[in-house]
Write a protein that binds this ligand. Structure first.
Ligand SMILES: [Zn+2]
Length: 287
């Protein structure tokens, strides 16, 4: 069964075999809203998408997991940023409350981006405050509400929940004799999940021949920080996949490696779901 909030987010539910696992893909959306008046070239802007990540995890519900995918592009508003991570210098007007801009928004890559890439502006001027508030209300908030509600429901039913926040990354720079980094597992330096869960994900991928790094250079941002509480049984981690494994980074076209990666991720999904099923608290499971 699927729930769709028009052009914002879609949730795919498992059947009778539900386990306390949720995958979310916040950056793979491709529905560019009609009021998104960017002035940079669309093909360049589209390179910000974590293209195809929703499809790579599409079979997660078959293994008992819930899957949530954003339908809008992250360049319109980024749900993986706090709602106050805004650079006031990009606004036309005064924000009605406190702001907490991070390094990301100062670099133009905060909640609402204002550069397509360094030195290339996205808009022909400052953005009206009302535009940013509208994007928060109509896109950022429904995504977070749906994610929070699903995590709460799974945690309430099973006593534990494992959340994998799924992304893809441009290939990391490397030295001439260094192997490429295929995956980066981020748990904000060991604070957002049981270390055993992060190890399970990394070791499963390594067992299939991939190289995996922890927290370098991607530790996880708002979507793992906000919902993680490992001592309360709420485990979140971020998974970054090297785009080189499955697509042309400029055209976003799938490459010959796509199918192999998709099948590898299916094995990872199955392993994570089995792991979570063994950790369901018996009292809740007997309900
Ligand atoms: Zn991403």
């Amino acid at each position: 069964m699927s729930l769709v909030i028009d052009d914002v987010v879609v949730r795919h539910d498992p059947g009778a075999n539900a386990v306390p696992v949720l995958f979310d893909s916040p950056h793979s959306g491709t529905r560019y809203p009609a009021d998104f008046h960017f002035v940079c070239p669309l093909p360049l802007l589209r390179q910000a998408e974590d293209a195809h990540v929703d499809d790579l995890f599409a079979r997660a519900p078959d293994f008992g997991a819930t899957l949530i995918c954003a339908l809008f592009p992250r360049s319109y508003i980024d749900v993986n940023r706090a709602a106050d991570d805004i650079d006031p210098a990009m606004l036309d007007g005064v924000w009605p409350g406190p702001l907490a801009p991070t390094e990301k928004s100062r670099a133009g890559m905060g909640l609402v981006r204002h550069v397509c890439r360094p030195g290339l502006p996205m808009y022909d001027g400052r953005l009206p405050v009302a535009t940013v508030i509208d994007r928060i209300d109509r896109y950022w908030r429904p995504y977070h509400e749906l994610l929070a509600e699903c995590l709460d429901r799974l945690h309430g039913r099973f006593g534990v929940v494992y959340h994998v926040n799924c992304h893809s990354m441009p290939s990391l720079p490397r030295g001439p004799y260094e192997p490429p980094v295929d995956f980066v597992v981020g748990d904000r330096d060991g604070t957002t999940c049981d270390p055993a869960f992060a190890r399970l994900v990394a070791e499963t991928l390594r067992g299939m021949g991939y190289t995996v790094r922890f927290n370098d250079p991607y530790k996880g941002v708002e979507l793992v920080r906000r919902y993680a509480s490992p001592f309360a049984g709420r485990h979140s981690l971020q998974l970054e996949i090297d785009r080189r494994l499955y697509m042309n980074e400029e055209t976003l076209e799938r490459t010959d490696g796509y199918e192999e990666l998709r099948l590898s991720l299916q094995r990872l999904i199955r392993t994570v779901c089995d792991y979570a099923a063994e950790r369901v608290r018996p009292l809740q499971a007997a309900e």
